[in-house]
Design a binder for this molecule. Structure first.
Ligand code: ADP
Ligand code: MG
Ligand code: MG
Length: 209
């Protein structure tokens, strides 16, 4: 496709909810050695609520803002407010748009990431969701700059998110509950980087279908 449509964004949200239902145990297992074993439950509960509240229509900004507000309201802990901020900041320039250009999508990634960095006082290398999201955004832009179309850029983003997720294993956590463990956080994959990879992969999959 040359653009990302409202129905594709709706499919992304629905796919994300399915993926979090399927990966609930996996994500909570990842959160068990370096956290409080609730990340899968948080994301599954959050996206179930997102589906219940999702508005009708193809206004992409409105869809993404609804995701944000529900996650902020329904998911406690670190991930709810951070994913809420991601979708809220990303939605702002997209209000009223029913179709996104490749440039709009690049901007969405940038604004979403800037929101997480600000809210979390975090950046790449701290063993968080940003270690999947930032490489994904960079890969999207690099593929776009090389003339790749939306789907190629999204596939590149999903691959980069997966590599970024795996790269959190040797990192020492510097934010969130895992940071309380100091060096003992080394050797475990970050649950938030994992959920972020799953969300980026879900977007690529939803646009591909
Ligand atoms: P909690 O730690 O409150 O139980 P979750 O388990 O749902 O919340 O989410 C934990 C994830 O949140 C971590 O794996 C990490 O990726 C992410 N996270 C925590 N703090 C930050 C932060 N300051 N910036 C970015 N991401 C963070
Ligand atoms: Mg947790
Ligand atoms: Mg918790």
């Amino acid at each position: 496709p040359k653009t990302v449509t409202g129905p594709m964004i709706r499919a992304w949200i629905e796919t994300s909810a399915e993926v979090f239902a399927a990966n609930r145990g996996h994500l909570s297992d990842l959160d068990s050695p370096i956290g409080d074993a609730d990340h899968g439950n948080n994301m599954n509960r959050g996206f179930n609520a997102v589906l219940e509240k999702l508005p009708e229509g193809d206004d992409i900004g409105a869809l993404l803002k609804s995701v944000a507000m529900t996650l902020i309201a329904k998911v406690g802990g670190a991930a709810g407010p951070l994913y809420g901020t991601l979708f809220l900041e990303g939605s702002k320039p997209l209000m009223g748009k029913t179709e996104l250009s490749q440039a709009d999508l690049a901007q969405f990634f940038e604004d979403a990431i800037a929101g997480v960095k600000k809210r979390g006082r975090s950046d790449v290398g701290m063993k968080t969701m940003l270690d999947a999201l930032v490489p994904a955004s960079e890969a999207f832009q690099a593929e776009t700059a090389q003339g790749g179309e939306i789907l190629a850029a999204l596939r590149a983003a999903a691959n980069a998110a997966e590599s970024g997720m795996k790269a959190t294993i040797p990192m020492q956590a510097q934010r969130g509950r895992a940071s309380y463990l100091g060096e003992r956080s080394i050797g475990h994959q970050d649950p938030g980087a994992t959920s972020s990879y799953l969300i980026v992969q879900a977007l690529s999959d939803a646009v591909e279908k």
